[in-house]
Design a binder for this molecule. Structure first.
Ligand code: UGA
Length: 434
């Protein structure tokens, strides 16, 4: 099938690569010339394991192209995916101007029947706005339909999530749209859930908010463990053995970040408010998440007394492992707090340092290390904020010898407390006896 993708951010690129991989002819469109140029050369502007290979393969097999021409993009596809960003506004609601812009672009260049599919995470009823925008801006009568097909990709594992999803959700108004989307996903053997459009939009928002709630719940219990000397890792393990609860997303620590959970929790709270509903639960989810930074900073100060002129190493800048994405990463908040209190930081991350340099340029108080061992040289504490495998496998003897004072504040609970203490560290995990 012929498919066009509008918006080449994280979702757009992965969708373009994934759909071409399962045999469709895909054109990706974005206004950003540099981004499109990179993609034309088979290079992803974001780090995602396996993505570059998939791009190169499908470009060379001529199923995948990228363009800055809206006309070329819109006239190509029978199915047009809207994958533009939906960032948070000041009040927490989703800013849908890019989605509106995409709808206007489709209206301008549409040359025959198109199925316009929203893939970006959007508040319920956005499809109705897309349809209205299309009708308002169409120059002559051309048939089109709108559908919702939310994405459930996790950064770091996006290709696998695309090709082997737990489910595919299709929100449609007609059999025609359903048939087109079923045909599109035929090569993927996953259950397909067909709903009306409002329901599909809510499924996405509710799924993300629920996962965020699970994380905040376990973090709330983590604080209780900390207050009472109990161990959150064992609590989470035993809770997760109950199949009704499930073991995933029960990892306590410094909280969730990224471009999805913080934004979607706020946006869904805002949607509930619009309908006069009590969605305070989501406000609490957000507040508990914000408080994680306070808990981590409390540990750091308990260890160092005060931070003035102290040298602190930070391992892990991305919001989670296997990505270079630092959007809403806990590391940004932690670094700001340390600097505000007069401390100095040496930062290391396997993939995210380039992005972080744009927020914290190298200077007196901020240094970047070439590897994890250089980062801890003469440090008075090591703070771990992302659970990259290379940190789990670090030679802790080497770390201890390089540090000025052997203190580890672990925001992701990656070590066994007894083992690190045996090696001579003072160890401050989250929600575990230290
Ligand atoms: C999330 C969802 O998991 C995807 O299903 C969804 O498609 C995506 O948002 C989206 O809406 O685009 P993502 O943000 O890539 O995916 O990452 P997650 O793996 O969900 O992690 C989010 C944050 O939660 C990370 O900061 C992670 O460290 C944190 N987390 C996760 C925890 O603190 N504890 C956990 O147990 C799990």
């Amino acid at each position: 099938m012929k498919v066009s993708i509008i918006g080449l951010g994280y979702v757009g690129i992965t969708t373009a690569a994934g759909l071409s991989e399962i045999g469709h002819e895909v054109i990706g469109y974005d206004i950003d010339k540099d981004r499109v140029k990179l993609l034309q050369d088979g290079k992803s502007p974001i780090y995602e394991p396996g993505l570059d290979e998939l791009l190169r393969k499908n470009i060379s097999e001529k199923r995948l192209t990228f363009t800055t021409s809206p006309e070329k993009a819109i006239t190509h596809g029978d199915i047009i995916f809207i994958c533009t960003g939906t960032p948070s506004r000041e009040d927490g609601s989703a800013d849908l101007t890019q989605v509106e812009g995409a709808a206007k672009t489709v209206a301008r260049y549409i040359n025959g029947f198109k199925l316009i599919v929203e893939k970006s995470t959007v508040p319920v009823k956005t499809a109705q706005w897309i349809e209205r925008t299309m009708k308002l801006y169409l120059k002559k009568h051309i048939d089109f339909e709108v559908a919702s097909n939310p994405e459930f990709l996790k950064e770091g594992d996006a290709i696998n999530d695309f090709l082997k999803p737990d489910r595919i959700v299709i929100g449609v108004n007609s059999k025609r749209a359903e048939k087109m989307l079923r045909r599109l996903y035929k090569p993927i053997r996953s259950p397909i859930v067909v709903t009306d459009i409002n329901t599909a939009e809510i499924i996405k928002h509710a799924s993300n908010a629920f996962l965020a709630m699970k994380i905040s719940f376990i973090n709330m219990i983590s604080d209780l463990c900390e207050a009472t000397g109990a161990d959150i890792e064992l609590v989470a393990k035993a809770m997760g053995m109950d199949k009704r609860i499930g073991k995933q997303f029960l990892r306590a620590g410094v909280g969730y970040g990224g471009s999805c959970f913080p934004k979607d929790v706020k946006a869904l709270y805002w949607v509930g408010k619009q309908y006069g509903l009590n969605f305070e639960l989501l406000k609490n989810v957000h507040e508990i998440n914000e408080s994680r930074i306070d808990v981590l900073m409390k540990h750091l100060k308990n260890a160092l007394w005060n931070l003035k002129d102290k040298s602190i190493a930070i391992w892990g800048l991305s919001f989670k492992p296997n990505t270079d994405d630092i959007r809403e990463a806990p590391s940004i908040k932690v670094i700001k707090r340390i600097l505000r209190e007069g401390g100095r930081v040496t930062l290391y991350d396997p993939k995210a340092m380039e992005n972080m340099r744009k927020i914290f340029p190298e200077g007196e108080a901020v240094k970047y290390a070439k590897d994890k061992y250089e980062a801890v040289k003469d440090a008075e504490a090591l703070v771990i904020l992302t659970e990259w495998d290379e940190f789990k496998d670090a030679d802790l003897d080497k770390v201890k010898n390089a540090m000025l004072t052997p203190i580890i504040v672990d925001g992701r609970n990656i070590y066994r407390p007894r083992k690190v203490k045996r090696l001579g560290f003072e160890y401050y995990p989250m929600g575990r006896p230290s």
